[in-house]
Design a protein around this ligand. Structure first.
Ligand SMILES: Cc1ncc(C[n+]2csc(CCOP(=O)(O)OP(=O)(O)O)c2C)c(N)n1
Length: 325
């Protein structure tokens, strides 16, 4: 699909906003305002935005814990205020401030976040089944990490999704690391996409630092799902810029992760490289870039103020959330 200028600029803008909200969340954590913890998504913005930006509003999307889904949420139309307020534990958060950091907004088709790696597979399968039964050609996009791919639940869900021809796009954010464990020490093959063949679905590998490559591969899988032809697997090779979670040591087993390797990946930064491409093609000017950055900075200042000014939850919400009226 050939993208129009405004679509390209939208992808770039979403990635800029994603990075800035990630930075703001880290700041909130460092200042003691974010209550739980945070797994930065810096380095996988192209995957998040490219995968979600072209979904229909009524499609279902399940981002994973990297960046706590920021890019997926913003691309689906979520409000950054409700995202951060949830992390601040404020009443104005997406889940009224009681979820810790597990964002959900069913009206946007954002169904929640899984605390347990691997639990995403059967739950996504259920939403894929719902999408098929609804007969509205909805698609379920489910994202997991390379470490998550080693849970047995993946195989059960991949198999049934294929047998039942469910409209699911399985997406692996392969950043090469599961906390302190490199994927090469835990998985026998090079590409996780190879698993798809065992379940008779297409499996492709894309450069997860290239938003257009991601968009193209995911859109092909979405079209297949909408046509009733069943699930696909898209594996995006990305990098995790920061440690597994803020404040935890950035090590491979017990040794520090190679800064050289991370710096080399950073030279292919998804936001900077897309910006360079758009500038070169004349789709963006330096003035546009400044404006996008300034607007995103203003949005972040507003989000921060909103979260600071918001009240904490009233304990009565607990009863409301537990019992139906
Ligand atoms: C069943 C289970 N085991 C361990 C954890 C702790 N944990 C949270 S994220 C994570 C790493 C997962 O790695 P991966 O799926 O590759 O995602 P990444 O963090 O690299 O984005 C681990 C071990 C968990 N949440 N659930």
């Amino acid at each position: 699909m050939e993208l129009k200028k405004e679509q390209l600029i939208n992808l770039y803008t979403l990635m800029v906003r994603t990075r800035k909200l990630d930075e703001l969340t880290i700041k909130g954590l460092q200042e003691g305002k974010v209550l739980a913890f945070y797994h930065s998504g810096q380095g996988s913005e192209a995957l998040a935005v490219g995968a979600i930006a072209f979904l229909r509003p009524d499609d279902y999307a399940w981002g994973h814990h990297r960046g706590h889904g920021i890019g997926y949420l913003l691309a689906k139309g979520a409000d950054g205020k409700e995202f951060l307020a949830e992390h601040y534990g404020k009443a104005t958060g997406s889940c009224l401030g009681v979820s810790g950091f597990h964002y959900a907004d069913p009206e946007l088709g954002v169904l929640g976040a899984a605390g347990t790696i691997g639990s995403v597979f059967p739950i996504s399968l259920g939403w894929g089944l719902a999408a098929k039964k609804n007969k509205r050609q909805q698609v379920m996009v489910s994202v997991f990490g390379d470490g998550g791919s080693n849970r047995g639940t993946l195989h059960e869900a991949f198999n049934l999704s294929s047998v039942w021809k469910l409209p699911i796009v399985w997406i692996c954010d392969n950043n090469g690391m599961a906390q302190f464990m490199p994927i090469k020490d835990a998985y026998a093959r090079e590409d996780i996409a190879d698993l798809a063949a065992g379940y008779d679905m297409p499996g492709v590998v894309v450069d997860g630092m290239d938003v257009l490559a991601v968009q193209e591969a995911v859109q092909a899988a979405v079209a297949r799902a909408r046509a009733g032809d069943g699930p696909s697997l898209v594996e995006a090779k990305t990098i995790r810029y920061r440690s597994h979670s803020e404040g935890s040591p950035d090590v491979v087993h017990n040794q520090p992760r190679s800064e050289e390797k991370i710096e080399a990946w950073k030279k292919r930064d998804p936001i900077e490289s897309f910006k360079a491409k758009l500038l070169e093609q004349g789709m963006l000017t330096e003035a546009d870039v400044d404006k996008i950055n300034q607007e995103a900075d203003a949005e972040m200042a507003e989000i921060e103020k909103f979260c600071t000014d918001s009240p904490p939850p009233d304990v009565s919400v607990l009863e409301k959330l537990l019992y139906a009226e």
